[in-house]
Design a binder for this molecule. Structure first.
Ligand code: AFP
Length: 279
């Protein structure tokens, strides 16, 4: 695991440099989710692929930018799914973006998850790595330094509701509104990494990306986005559900499967469970 964390740190530094250029343009191709790929998305994907290809303990990688998984070492234990540049449509307006990694042992699937990690590229570059504990690291000069362990409170103050309101189910809208009536503040940039990072570091709250009328299975991808953050939130003392079920109990049939998802501290997730159980 140490060599995987080292490869993630090297990737973070290289991706930070790749982001800091004037013009990166769009490529001719689309990714597996049908989105036009930024040349930068492809570049970040290649950086991570290159760093991981040097690690003997990695069996297979799957990237949001690649249609199929890529095999490295047949007898090695680790399978890594990653989103090289999540929220890349926010780059041109200079909002924070991130990279997400789900680390699995023996095969992809929530039941095999042994660690997860994300990088935030904002005013500062930070890494959050969760194995048994959730640890925050900050890039200082050319090295990442350990900052602290992250723990969620029982209840927070922030509400980050994803998806287009027009397509929310009525009871979901009532749920979101009820948090605002209770004094919760809206915090939503449209980047999963900074939005969930903010809730984690401010001690709690709720991030939701529900089933909507146009996307009944949600938007966010299980292996690259949903499972990694579920692992981190649970290890930090919070919870992560699809409305009813623990996200880490869901199965995943295809590399690019999606799921509705809710991440938060215990109080907010219990409220979600109550509403969704009765609808
Ligand atoms: P992009 O990578 O296309 O910018 O999408 C970002 C993202 O997958 C995730 O980072 C956000 O949480 C989510 O989409 C936001 O989606 P909505 O704009 O539909 O709320």
């Amino acid at each position: 695991m140490r060599e995987i964390f080292d490869a993630i740190q090297k990737s973070a530094k290289r991706i930070k440099k790749a982001i800091d250029v004037k013009d990166f343009g769009y490529s001719e191709s689309e990714n597996s989710s049908g989105e036009t790929q930024l040349q930068l998305d492809i570049k970040c994907d290649m950086i991570i692929e290159e760093e991981f290809s040097r690690i003997a303990s990695i069996n297979t990688i799957a990237s949001e930018e690649k249609e199929e998984a890529m095999h490295f070492h047949a007898d090695a234990p680790y399978f890594i799914a990653y989103d090289p540049l999540d929220g890349s449509s926010l780059i041109d307006v200079n909002l924070s973006v991130g990279t997400i990694f789900g680390i699995y042992k023996g095969g992809f699937g929530a039941e095999n998850m042994v660690a997860s990690c994300y990088i935030v590229y904002g005013p500062r570059v930070e890494i959050v790595f969760a194995e048994n504990k959730v640890k925050l690291y900050l890039l200082q000069g050319d090295e990442f330094e350990y900052v602290k362990e992250i723990k969620l409170g029982e209840k927070g103050k922030l509400n980050a509701p994803g998806g287009t309101q027009q397509n929310w189910l009525p009871y979901h809208k009532e749920l979101v509104d009820s948090f605002f009536k209770e004094g919760y503040r809206l915090r939503y940039s449209g980047g999963m990494v900074p939005d969930l990072h903010q809730i984690l570091l401010k001690g709690g709250g709720l991030f939701s990306y529900p089933a909507t009328s146009d996307k009944p299975e949600g938007k966010l991808r299980k292996l690259f986005e949903v499972f990694p953050f579920a692992y981190i939130y649970k290890k930090a003392g919070g919870e992560a559900i699809d409305g009813q079920n623990d996200l880490l109990e869901l199965t995943c049939k295809h590399v690019h499967d999606t799921s509705p998802c809710f991440f938060g501290s215990k109080y907010e997730i219990n409220r979600v469970k109550d509403v969704y159980a009765n609808n």
